[in-house]
Design a binder for this molecule. Structure first.
Ligand SMILES: [Zn+2]
Ligand SMILES: [Zn+2]
Length: 254
């Protein structure tokens, strides 16, 4: 808060820092008063200079709110001298937090149920949308096999099976990512298709489709541990979206 006097009737007035520069009416004499512009930063005492090389302006209320939220501080006003470093540290903190949430989300993602059933028993859910994923196994498929004699004569199908398994695993993960992006926590009616790409390349394509759903009674139909992990996953995804939005807004402001 800043305090100042009405120039007409000398009535003492108080205003929030965020109101600096705005015009108000004096509650006593009804005179229009412009809330005084401060010449010093009340936080660090540095002079406020709005032009020239030694420029030092106030930080926007949005930037200060950001610093406060992520550092559990309660600044009401900051200038570039005292606020620029905390501001950029906060932006870095948000970036680190997003990275951390993604890292944790990768493990939690494995808990998203993928079932081929069309309407699993006792599941209470909202249908969100169809989700799909495709993977094509690497071009090294043939040379992988040919380079190994054991594979070539004995366990060729072993390598082949491993390729399919890896592709399926990757497909499932992509399917889960796409579902979670829609705020889903489970995928039902999943179908898998295999096809070879080209005649001689030996590349294998795996396609998966399913229906992303929002399972409501997770605690009833899943193990407790799994249900909790799903709740955690959904809330971390929401937090990631919120933080990414903040960064987007901050970068568009610059
Ligand atoms: Zn007055
Ligand atoms: Zn300052």
């Amino acid at each position: 808060m800043i305090t100042f006097k009405c120039p007409t009737c000398s009535h003492k007035l108080k205003a929030k820092y965020s109101k600096i520069g705005q015009t108000i009416s004096c509650p006593v004499c009804d005179e229009k008063i412009k809330i005084p512009i401060l010449d010093k930063c009340p936080n660090c005492g540095e002079p406020i200079v709005l032009e020239g090389k030694k420029q030092n302006a106030f930080l926007s209320q949005n930037s200060i709110a950001l610093i406060n939220e992520f550092n559990e501080k309660n600044f009401s006003i900051m200038c570039q001298k005292c606020g620029t470093n905390p501001y950029y540290n906060t932006i870095n903190k948000i970036r680190d937090k997003i990275k951390e949430l993604y890292e944790a989300g990768r493990t939690l993602l494995n808990q998203v149920p993928i079932v081929s059933t069309h309407s699993p028993q006792n599941w209470d859910y909202n249908v969100l949308d169809i989700v799909t994923s495709q993977t094509v196994s690497g071009t090294g498929f043939i040379s992988d096999i040919a380079s190994s004699f054991t594979d070539f004569f004995g366990a060729t199908s072993g390598t082949y099976n491993q390729k399919i398994k890896d592709s399926e695993k990757l497909c499932k993960q992509i399917l889960r990512v796409n579902a979670v992006n829609l705020n889903a926590n489970a995928i039902i009616a999943v179908d898998i298709d295999y096809s070879s790409v080209g005649k001689t390349t030996g590349m294998l394509m795996v396609c998966m489709t399913g229906t992303a759903v929002q399972l409501k009674n997770t605690k009833e139909v899943l193990e407790e541990y799994r249900a909790n992990q799903l709740t955690e996953l959904i809330s971390s995804m929401e937090e990631i979206k919120r933080l990414e939005n903040i960064l987007k807004k901050e970068s568009s402001r610059k």
